[in-house]
Design a protein around this ligand. Structure first.
Ligand code: UDP
Ligand code: MG
Length: 326
């Protein structure tokens, strides 16, 4: 990836990932247009239909035929997930500021002018919404979400209260230089930070009850969320030098195992020399534990080597984000 400059002369691209949200789309569209016109923005609205099986795509086609210049749509052949939808929207976005929001009317378009101002005037790379007062189920969403965000804050070092808020604003350059895939949409601020976009802000935003349809994410989001956070942390820390992790842990285990074997063997020899009856090495559990540690240590070391070989062959091993050249 390389740093891409935006030259479309458009203020805002609104990227809306959606999966079976046909009932919400017309009101969302009207609301967005009202906000855009009231503030005199030049804009485009990019609907990314993530393989909906209801009439969402027909609604989008209809809106596009009414306003072919400002409404655009991408339709996936099947459901790939919110990250994939955001990624495809980001690729197409032309506006100086890119706003993402959910399609279910839980995010309010009235927040856009302030988000836009924070990016263009306050100089933020990314501003994330904070649903301070949430209208979701208290037990299955609000509480786990607090815990989740506390962990994410510690691991990522980004002091956001609501990392996974769907309503966010970005400088165009940011969305062109991060790669959201798998289910990494939960950690876009972390992706941005790891790409060198460190001016990350937060704005308290209104949140609303879901009017139509149902939430598309179950409780599994929290398990997956934690695993993804670990992956990102590991990739950021050791992704380019796996040997630093596997080599270190592997060597440590090997050394401990080796020392333990020597000690166990020395004790046996000492006992033999003094004519004391001692346990056979083969029946001594410490001997087996020590050997196991040596073998595991070798395997970890080997995993580090393999990781390094893979990285040396990867296409992107020398891709650096360049912000300026003279
Ligand atoms: N969404 C999507 N693909 C999916 C699941 C969800 O594009 O596979 C969209 C969904 O239509 C909505 C947004 O992502 O616009 C947030 O989803 P949802 O409202 O279900 O999440 P919640 O508000 O419950 O966190
Ligand atoms: Mg929602």
């Amino acid at each position: 990836m390389c740093a891409v400059k935006n030259s479309a002369n458009m203020d805002i691209s609104v990227v809306i990932p959606l999966y079976n949200e046909a009932e919400s789309l017309p009101s969302l569209y009207q609301w967005l247009v009202r906000v855009m016109n009231e503030n005199g923005y030049t804009y485009e609205i990019l609907f990314v239909d993530d393989g909906s099986t209801d009439s969402s795509w027909e609604v989008i086609e209809n809106l596009h035929s009414q306003s072919p210049d400002s409404v655009h749509g991408i339709r996936f052949r099947r459901n790939y997930g919110k990250s994939a939808a955001l990624y495809s929207g980001f690729q197409k976005a032309l506006g100086d500021v890119v706003i993402t929001m959910d399609a279910d009317l839980q995010d309010s378009p009235d927040e856009i002018p302030e988000l836009f101002r924070m990016i263009t005037e306050d100089g933020f790379d990314l501003v994330s919404g904070w649903k301070k007062k949430r209208y979701d189920n208290r037990l299955t969403k609000n509480l786990p979400s607090k815990l989740f965000n506390a962990t994410a804050r510690r691991v990522t070092g980004i002091p956001l209260h609501d990392m996974n808020c769907g309503l966010k604003a970005y400088r165009n350059e940011v969305v062109k230089n991060i790669e959201v895939f798998s289910e990494m949409h939960r950690y876009i601020p972390y992706l941005a930070k790891n790409a060198g976009f460190t001016r990350i802000g937060e704005k308290v935003v209104q949140h609303r009850k879901r009017e139509f349809g149902v939430s598309k994410f179950g409780v599994s989001r929290f398990v997956n969320g934690y695993l993804d956070l670990m992956t990102l942390w590991f990739l950021n820390r050791f992704g380019k030098q796996p040997m630093h992790f596997f080599g270190m842990v592997g060597s440590l285990m090997f050394i401990i195992g080796f020392v333990a074997v020597v000690v166990v063997a020395a004790m046996k020899l000492h006992a033999l020399a003094n004519g004391v009856k001692a346990m056979l090495l083969g029946t001594n559990p410490y001997f087996h534990i020590a050997i196991l540690m040596m073998i595991l240590g070798c395997m970890l070391f080997l995993a580090g080597f393999l990781g390094e070989l893979i990285i040396r062959n990867s296409q992107s091993r020398n891709d650096y984000l360049i912000s300026k050249t003279l």
